[in-house]
Design a protein around this ligand. Structure first.
Ligand SMILES: Cc1cc2nc3c(=O)[nH]c(=O)nc-3n(C[C@H](O)[C@H](O)[C@H](O)COP(=O)(O)O)c2cc1C
Length: 420
């Protein structure tokens, strides 16, 4: 049967007054950085930009992990496999992501993890991290292997919540001087990294012949042709130097080996506790028993972490370990979590399972490589938007209303890695 064509389906020429409201030509901008950052809709997008702009060796130094990179794959997979259980028909018009850590207010439960050699990823390095964190109202951690001094970070972000991360040296007097400088400059929380008896084996760095600082070889000069912005920044800013160690030339592994002390034991925590008047967190806990021992030795809290999978490969998955650590330590102890977090929804899954806050290492580095300070700010903005959306879709307004009932974990350990 043939039907008459409805009026709405008859063709006709559009009038200007109909077209006008649809015309939305963006004003062209010459700010390429702002443009590329605005287009990034996830941390993974920032990673793509970072890979395009950064030479292979520094990009891989960030992106890679130890050995077959199974720890990192598993940590990320654990977030991917989370199942959320939302409540519906709740009034979520007033969502609030803020939290309090050691008496200081954070606007959301994610801080920037300590990273070494940061100015190699982008010459703004720790200046970008500390400024973007302060502007966003979250904490920034300066690494012992950072490439800006304690004083410079304190001067650049005096309004920020700045934390200091310590690799305890064999030379105790140098360690004492360092943490004294941190305290004198307003760093109130010390993270002692405890998962680095020796350096992990980062195979990408070996393959890339990665050195600190990067060497100008024929290969890197060719690379410069493709990544002019990075090389221009690198060559026209002050050379890399370290927050806490004198100049070093050599491979990453050789530098790291001069830093770490394989003879450290829990008794050394007593020394740090006595030397440090502020809040003390141990970073890199991978068993319930060790987390408890850190608290017994005077730590105020622990960070459940496997160092972003950069140390022991096939280590426990931090998100899976977290509920057990929370149960063992109780509600009063401050517990942070890192490794594998790539979105605001990941952060909320961790909070629901008992974390007071989380830290991001690579997500911060991807933002940095993608656009310096503006890139880190964009990363935090993306995470905040993701968290705001997720918490509302979960039917919750505040972080302390989130609980294990909102998230189930799939604790099977998947067989993934670079060789699987
Ligand atoms: C490039 C890079 C450098 C790092 N340097 C340090 C460091 O100097 N001290 C430290 O305690 N952890 C260091 N870490 C580990 C981070 O603090 C954090 O534990 C880890 O990145 C979290 O995992 P994620 O990258 O998946 O977020 C580094 C991580 C990266 C990616």
């Amino acid at each position: 049967m043939s039907r008459p064509t409805p009026t709405a389906l008859k063709r006709r020429l559009p009038s200007y007054s109909e077209l006008r409201p649809l015309m939305n030509f963006a004003t062209p901008t010459l700010n390429f950085k702002q443009r590329r950052l605005a287009k990034a809709a996830s941390v993974w997008d920032l990673r793509d930009i970072a890979r395009r702009l950064t030479p292979k060796a520094p990009f891989d130094y960030v992106d890679g992990a130890a050995e077959a990179e199974i720890s990192l794959h598993r940590a990320r997979t654990a977030y991917r496999d989370v199942q959320f259980h939302p409540g519906v028909l709740r009034d979520v018009s007033d969502a609030d992501l803020s939290t309090t850590v050691f008496g200081e207010r954070w606007s959301m439960p994610v801080g920037l993890a300590p990273t070494g050699f940061t100015r190699m990823m982008h010459s703004e390095g720790e200046y970008a991290g500390s400024a973007a964190a302060a502007d966003a109202g979250v904490a920034f951690c300066l690494s012992t292997m950072g490439t800006a001094s304690i004083e410079d970070v304190a001067g650049h972000a005096p309004d920020g919540t700045n934390w200091f991360q310590l690799y305890l040296w064999r030379d105790r007097e140098r360690s004492r001087e360092l943490i004294q400088r941190a305290w004198d400059n307003g760093f109130k929380t010390l993270l002692v990294t405890v998962d680095t008896a020796i350096a992990g084996a980062r195979l990408r760095d070996v393959h890339n012949g990665m050195t600190i600082p990067p060497q100008l070889t024929l290969k890197t000069v060719v690379d410069a042709a493709y990544r002019p912005e990075w090389w221009f920044n690198f060559l026209t800013h002050e050379p890399l130097s370290f927050a806490s160690i004198s100049r070093h030339s050599g491979t990453v592994a050789s530098l790291v080996d001069t830093m770490f002390d394989p003879s450290l034991t829990f008794d050394d925590l007593d020394w740090i506790r006595e030397a440090w008047p502020g809040n003390l967190m141990c970073k890199g806990l991978q068993t319930v028993e060790d987390a408890r021992r850190c608290i017994d030795h005077g730590a105020d809290g622990v960070i459940v972490s496997n160092h972003g999978g950069r140390q022991l490969d096939r280590a426990p998955v931090p998100l899976h370990l977290l509920p057990k650590v929370r149960e063992a330590l109780g509600d009063q102890v401050t517990i942070g979590l890192d490794t594998g977090i790539m979105s605001g929804a990941d952060v909320l899954a961790a909070v629901a399972q008992g974390a007071d806050f989380t830290l991001v290492g690579r997500a911060y580095m991807y933002g940095l490589m993608a656009g310096g300070t503006a890139g880190v700010a964009r990363m935090l903005e993306i995470m905040r938007a993701e968290m705001t959306r997720t918490i509302r879709l979960l039917g919750v307004n505040r972080l302390d209303e989130l609980g294990p009932e909102h998230v189930s974990l799939s604790t099977d350990v998947p067989a993934t890695g670079t060789w699987v």
